[in-house]
Every structure is written in structure tokens, then in C-alpha cells.
Design a binder for this molecule. Structure first.
Ligand code: CA2
Length: 151
């Protein structure tokens, strides 16, 4: 069974509690429950992690080495600032899909650049909680293609 680490960055633990106009009314727990359901139908095993701290996110990414097959990550505001998270993703070398609830390209210019995009398989943004679901599907398809190419 494929194993996927789902990672949420800073402030995403506040989802559903504040600013529903931008990020939607769903809580992180609801989003994780929706993903867990999706994982059952995809036959994937998910592990969830959220932190507000950059070092803890780097530790989590490093911990995926040899333990997981891929990563779905919403790095939150660290998307636009963190060379450390980018380097950790590059170091473990696991296929990674970057997801965002909002369309970061339609927002303030400081959100347009992602340090993560260059080390990700791809980026999905703007679909609210569905970005996570779409990101998981994209990752699973990508991992499936990798397995067929290897055999
Ligand atoms: O759209 C996304 O998913 C973001 O990663 C969310 C980050 C933001 O800094 C990125 O530019 C785009 C912010 C997450 C903040 O989440 C909150 C949730 C509820 C209330 C306040 C913040």
C-alpha cells in the first residue's frame, strides 16, 4: 500500500475558526477526515502532521525518508520564505505535491513566488479544501506512473 505524508504549515490549525471568507469554513480536522475517506478509496495510507514551526516541519519532512512514498504539503506562509523547507524536500527526494487552499497567484504579489514549486512534482491551488483532495489524486497517479516506469 502506498504511504503518503500530509503536511500543513503555520496557522492552518486555525482553519474554520477565523477568516472563512478567504480559507473556507472547514476545519483542519474536517479536511483530514475527508482526505482519510479519499485515501480508503485510493488504497493509500495517510499520516498527518501540522506545525507552526519551520524546524518541526523540516524534521517531519526528513522523517519521511524510508518511511513514506510521497508528500502532500501546504507549507502555508513558509511557501514564500522557506529555503529550509525547500532544501528538506529536495534532500529526501520524495515526490511532493504542493497544495494551497487559495489561488496564491491571484493574491498579493508576495504570495506569487513559491520556494517549494521548483522541488515539487506540481502545485494545485485555488480550490479550497478540494486542493488537498486533487493533490492527493495527482500524487497517487504520479507514484503509479513511477512504479510502471520502474518495472
Ligand atoms: O492558500 C493557502 O493554502 C496558503 O498556503 C495559506 C497560508 C498563506 O500564507 C499562503 O500564502 C497560502 C495562510 C494560512 C493561514 O490560515 C489561516 C486560517 C484561518 C485563519 C487565519 C489563517
Amino acid at each position: 500500500m502506498l504511504k503518503v505524508q500530509v503536511i500543513h504549515g503555520p496557522n492552518l490549525n486555525m482553519l474554520g475558526l477565523r477568516e472563512p471568507g478567504i480559507y473556507g469554513a472547514q476545519t483542519l480536522a474536517t479536511i483530514e477526515a475527508m482526505l482519510a475517506d479519499e485515501a480508503v478509496s485510493l488504497g493509500v495510507c495517510l499520516t498527518f502532521f501540522q506545525s507552526n514551526s519551520e524546524g518541526a516541519l523540516v524534521d517531519c519532512i526528513q522523517g519521511t525518508l524510508g518511511q513514506q512514498d510521497g508528500i502532500v504539503i501546504n507549507p502555508g506562509a513558509y511557501t514564500h520564505t522557506s529555503v529550509a523547507i525547500r532544501d528538506a524536500i529536495a534532500a529526501v527526494g520524495l515526490p511532493t505535491v504542493e497544495v494551497h487552499l487559495s489561488n496564491i497567484h491571484k493574491r498579493e504579489s508576495f504570495r506569487h513566488h513559491s520556494y517549494i514549486a521548483a522541488v515539487a512534482v506540481g502545485q494545485i491551488c485555488g480550490f479550497g479544501a478540494d486542493s488537498y483532495r486533487l493533490g492527493l489524486h495527482a500524487l497517487v497517479q504520479h507514484l503509479g506512473r513511477q512504479v510502471s516506469a520502474d518495472s
